[in-house]
Design a protein around this ligand. Structure first.
Ligand SMILES: [Zn+2]
Ligand SMILES: [Zn+2]
Length: 435
C-alpha cells in the first residue's frame, strides 16, 4: 500500500474510534493536496494547449451505458461495478470509467453536428469493486482525453498518446515507454480469434481457471494473463501483428510513424490487449521503470458509439491514473516548492490585539499575501515558534503597547531584524518587503 494511504495502527485508538473510509477508498489529506493540484494543473495546461474542451459527466450512469459497451466478459462488468439502489426502475452504477459516459454525452447532445472531430477531456473519480492492492483502488481518479468523430485517422491516436505522455513528462516521471499494439477490427479480429482458440485448445490442460473460461468467451484476454502457467504459452501464441488486416496494419504503421515524428519512446507489444470490449485497432499503455503498473492507457473505439445507438462514429481516447502518478511524484517533487505564495504570520498579546489581528487579516485579503495566525495560543513564545515553523517570511507582532500606540512590529523571520511601523501602513510595507 502506498505510503500516503497508510493509516494509524495504534490499537488503542482503533478501538475507541471505529469509523474508517470505505474499503479501497481514500481521503486526500491536506498534506497531499499539493500533488493533486499540481497534477490537475498539468492536465488542464495540456488540454488547453491542444484544444480539448472540458466535460463533466455525472458520477452515476444508467448501468446499461457500461453493460452494453464494456463487454459481458470484461472484469468490470462481471464483478467490479457498484450498483446504486434508489433509482426506482432505473439501474444506476457508479461510473467505472470515463469513456462510455463521454460517448453517451456526445450522442445525447448531438455533438456530431459540431465541427468534427470533437476533442474532449475530463478529470474525476471512477469506481471499481476490485480487491484493493498497490496502485489499485475502489475509488480512483483519472484525467482523460477523447477525440470523437471525423475520420478514422491514425494521427488522432498519436495526438491522444501525446497528451498523456506530456502530462507524465511534466510530472517528471522518468524513463517512460509507450507500449503499442493493434487488436484489429471487425473484419480481421474474428479470424485471429479463431486461430487463437485453436492454439490454446491444444494447451487447455495447462491454463488457469480464468483462462479456461475466457477461452470460451473472450480469448484475447488470454494474452494478458499474468498466471505463471499461462504466461509461457503466449510466447508461441499466434501474434496479433501477423494476423490483422491490411487496413489495420497500415493504420498501426502510421501511428508508429507519427510517434517517430514526435520522438516519443515506444515499443510494439504484440501481447497488449485491453480489458474492455469497445476497443479496436490501436491500444496503448504507458509505463515507467519505476512502477510495474501502467500510468496511462487507452485506445481506439470505432464501434463504441454505434453500440450505444448512434450512427457509426470513430473515436480514440486515453486516461491517466492519478494515484499511480502521484505516488511517483512524491519521490521527485521538491517539497520546499510546496507553496509559491508569500506568507506572513500574526503574533499578538492580549484580547485587544487579538481583535485587531482579526481585522488586519481582512485588509490583507485584498492582496495576494496569505496570512496565518494561531488564535488558540496566547503565549507569545509559543506563537513565535509556530511562526518560525510556518514557512512565513515575516511575523507581524502586535502587543499591548503597539495597540495603544497604533503601531505594529515587522520581524524578518530569517534574519531576526525587526522594526516598528504605523499600523495604517502595514499592508504597503509588507508588500514592499516581500517583493
Ligand atoms: Zn482489421
Ligand atoms: Zn491464465
Amino acid at each position: 500500500m502506498p505510503k500516503q494511504f497508510k493509516k494509524s495502527t495504534d490499537k488503542n485508538k482503533r478501538q475507541k474510534f471505529a469509523f474508517k473510509s470505505p474499503k479501497g477508498m481514500h481521503d486526500i489529506l491536506p498534506d497531499d493536496q499539493f500533488y493533486w493540484e499540481r497534477l490537475s494543473k498539468y492536465g488542464k495546461d495540456v488540454a488547453e494547449f491542444y484544444g480539448y474542451h472540458k466535460i463533466e459527466t455525472p458520477i452515476l450512469e444508467d448501468a446499461e451505458v457500461f453493460l452494453k459497451t464494456l463487454g459481458e466478459e470484461s472484469d468490470v462488468v462481471e464483478k467490479e461495478m457498484f450498483f446504486v439502489k434508489g433509482g426506482g426502475k432505473d439501474k444506476y452504477v457508479l461510473r467505472p470509467e470515463g469513456t462510455a459516459p463521454v460517448a453517451r454525452a456526445f450522442i445525447e447532445y448531438g455533438m456530431s453536428h459540431r465541427p468534427q472531430p470533437v476533442k474532449l477531456w475530463y478529470s474525476g473519480p471512477m469506481f471499481r469493486k476490485e480487491q484493493p492492492q498497490a496502485g489499485r483502488f475502489r475509488q480512483f481518479h483519472q484525467i482523460g482525453f477523447e477525440i470523437i468523430g471525423g475520420s478514422i485517422d491514425p494521427i488522432y491516436d498519436a495526438q491522444i498518446i501525446l497528451a498523456s505522455f506530456h502530462i507524465l513528462e511534466q510530472a517528471k516521471i522518468k524513463n517512460l515507454v509507450i507500449n503499442v499494439n493493434s487488436i484489429g477490427c471487425r473484419i480481421c479480429r474474428p479470424h485471429y480469434r479463431k486461430k487463437l482458440i485453436e492454439y490454446y485448445k491444444k494447451n487447455e490442460r495447462d491454463l488457469c481457471v480464468d483462462c479456461k473460461r475466457r477461452l470460451k468467451t473472450n480469448p484475447l484476454r488470454l494474452l494478458d494473463c499474468k498466471n505463471a502457467n499461462c504466461a509461457p504459452l503466449k510466447v508461441k501464441a499466434p501474434s496479433l501483428l501477423d494476423n490483422i488486416c491490411v487496413s489495420c496494419s497500415s493504420h498501426l504503421k502510421l501511428v508508429l510513424e507519427y510517434l517517430d515524428e514526435l520522438s516519443l519512446p515506444y515499443v510494439l507489444n504484440p501481447h497488449l490487449v485491453r480489458g474492455l470490449d469497445y476497443y479496436s485497432k490501436t491500444v496503448f499503455e504507458i509505463f515507467t521503470d519505476q512502477s510495474p503498473l501502467a500510468l496511462a492507457s487507452g485506445g481506439r473505439y470505432d464501434y463504441l458509439l454505434e453500440t450505444m445507438g448512434s450512427r457509426p462514429t470513430p473515436g480514440t481516447g486515453s486516461a491517466i491514473g492519478m494515484e499511480r502518478v502521484i505516488e511517483l511524484m512524491r519521490a521527485t517533487h521538491n517539497a520546499s516548492a510546496k507553496s509559491s505564495k508569500e506568507k506572513v504570520f500574526f503574533v499578538y498579546l492580549g484580547d485587544l490585539a487579538k481583535k485587531k489581528v482579526l481585522k488586519l487579516i481582512e485588509e490583507f485579503r485584498r492582496t495576494n499575501i496569505i496570512t496565518q495566525e494561531s488564535f488558540g495560543k496566547d503565549l507569545i513564545k509559543r506563537q513565535m515558534m509556530l511562526a518560525d515553523k510556518s514557512g512565513a517570511q515575516l511575523a507581524l507582532i502586535l502587543g499591548q503597547r503597539e495597540v495603544f500606540e497604533e503601531t505594529i512590529i515587522i520581524r524578518d523571520l530569517k534574519s531576526g531584524v525587526q522594526e516598528t511601523i504605523p499600523i495604517t501602513k502595514v499592508v504597503d510595507v509588507v508588500k514592499k518587503r516581500l517583493q
